[in-house]
Ligand binder design. Sequence first.
Ligand code: AMP
Length: 192
Amino acid sequence: MMRLLLIGPPGAGKGTQASKLSEVFGIPAISTGDIFRENVKNQTPLGLEAKSFMDSGAYVPDSLTNKLVRDRLKNPDCANGFLLDGYPRTADQVDELDSILKETNGSLEAVIQLTADSDEVVKRLARRAIEQGRSDDTEDVIRNRMAVYEKQTAPLITMYAARGSLIMVDGLGEIDEVTSRIKEALNAKNQS
Ligand code: AMP
């Protein structure tokens, strides 16, 4: 059973590592950002509600995000675990995840913090803006997303560290190198 969270600033490489880890552990990578983008693309009611928040770099309200994750984690493909990428991002979302886990008698194996310095992050996001054309990868919105991350999400790291769940991994370097670092850190945690 592997229940993992990936946490880190925009551009730290969470999405890339999430797909790698999903393959390695045979668990679904669940990205709330991807789910929201898919809903925006298909113009679903959820997408229509989420779009304006996403376009400004703000977080989508907890009520919508929590419901989405609660429903998604009920899916049978989560029976052997899951990797949440980009959730929880607020204190309220941590509370929601705690209660979902409690209801299913489950717990998190680890919270993986992917670190990256802000110059590198800005460079990566600028590259992604060109490659993927994401509407929230413009300079103003990137700056806002980083400010929102610092204010609302960075404090969660301290909280998971206090619970003893956190492993910190340097997100700089080749993709496979970072994946290996994560695997090693998880092994080391399991043995401790
Ligand atoms: P991401 O792809 O993870 O960077 O997410 C893109 C955007 O989707 C974010 O800037 C938010 O607007 C929204 N979003 C994704 N995950 C969450 C979350 N856990 N809580 C609130 N908003 C989210």
